[in-house]
Design a protein around this ligand. Structure first.
Ligand SMILES: Nc1ncnc2c1ncn2[C@@H]1O[C@H](COP(=O)(O)OP(=O)(O)OP(=O)(O)O)[C@@H](O)[C@H]1O
Length: 296
């Protein structure tokens, strides 16, 4: 499959801060990739390198078969950074037209606005939009030029559930038509809802690069949930959380052993359930213990 963006052994420093540490990553045509990692992991830095906004300290970055610094290559991508500033006095439709003017075959204004649920706002000044409406507009603008590849840095931060779903639909329809997307998110449900592939970054390194299901399997953490008044110390518990209703959630990589030890301890319990962890739980485990998954 065609590689649209490639980072090879990329390191990026800001003074003494090592933001990316020998990162290698391919984004192939037609993929929808979720980039997941805690604050400061290096996600935004990686996007800025792919988009040609910064250069790596060492290693190489390719975009659409050439240098990301080449304006012709950059015209083939769309980017929405984490923060955007749009002129307050322009109307939504005017901004869309302004951006459209930079591309040879832009999407029609009405089509773009409809895709992102903005059709009723075309005549509204940007200064009068809510934060969520501005964010939807900023994301929509990445799609104006019919890009081959779109980079979205936390596209739905600050959006309510409905606005988030509208944006997801817009991103999905682009992907369904063959578009390629790399998005970062702190909303783990967003990665699960949209992405087929998840790249987990932490401390400037790629910790895992696989399907959402495989990343969960790599971690292999299961949640053992039960109701008990009190529990003895049990082996292999990564974390324990007690809820107000008396239920206790225990995270472990070896639920069989945990249950055997629980029964052996003679502690009274009821309502035992064992289930896979959510991506969020897997993610927290991955980023908390990078040395444990160095083999991934
Ligand atoms: N311009 C800069 N000058 C100095 N340090 C920077 C700069 N930009 C980023 N950093 C540092 O580089 C590291 C990676 O930052 P980056 O913004 O890429 O992380 P991130 O994963 O996008 O985080 P977040 O989820 O908070 O957006 C952090 O330690 C950050 O403080």
């Amino acid at each position: 499959m065609t590689v649209l963006a490639r980072a090879s052994e990329v390191t990026r420093r800001y003074g003494d801060v090592l933001a990316l540490d020998r990162v290698s990553l391919d984004i192939r045509a037609g993929e929808l990739v979720g980039l997941l990692g805690p604050n400061g992991a290096g996600k935004s830095t990686l996007i800025s390198l792919f988009a040609g906004l910064r250069r790596p300290s060492s290693g190489t970055v390719e975009l659409l078969g050439g240098s990301p610094l080449d304006p012709a290559r950059r015209r083939g991508i769309g980017v929405t950074p984490q923060e955007t500033g749009l002129p307050e006095t322009l109307r939504v439709g005017e901004i869309v037209d302004f951006v459209r003017a930079h591309f040879p075959e832009p999407l029609a204004r009405a089509e773009l606005l409809a895709r992102f649920g903005l059709e009723d706002l075309a005549r509204r000044q940007v200064g009068g939009l809510s934060g969520g409406q501005r964010r939807r507009l900023a994301v929509a603008l990445a799609f104006v030029g019919r890009p081959r590849l779109v980079f979205l840095d936390e596209p739905t931060t600050g959006l309510d559930v409905e606005a988030r779903r509208t944006l997801w639909d817009g991103i999905r329809s682009f992907h369904d038509e063959g578009g390629t997307v790399l998005l970062t998110s702190h909303y783990l449900e967003e990665i699960e809802a949209l992405a087929e592939r998840v790249v987990v970054v932490g401390h400037g390194r790629v910790l895992a690069d696989d399907t959402v299901a495989a990343v969960r399997d790599v971690v292999g953490v299961r949640k053992v949930s039960l109701t008990a008044a009190g529990l003895p110390e049990l082996p292999g518990v990564l974390s324990a959380e007690r809820h107000d209703d008396g239920r206790v959630d225990l995270l472990t990589t070896d639920p069989d052993r945990l249950v055997v030890e629980l029964v052996r301890s003679g502690a009274a319990f009821s309502g035992l359930e064992i289930r896979p962890t959510t991506l969020e739980e897997a993610f927290l485990t991955l980023t908390a213990n990078p040395e444990e998954i160095a083999h991934v």
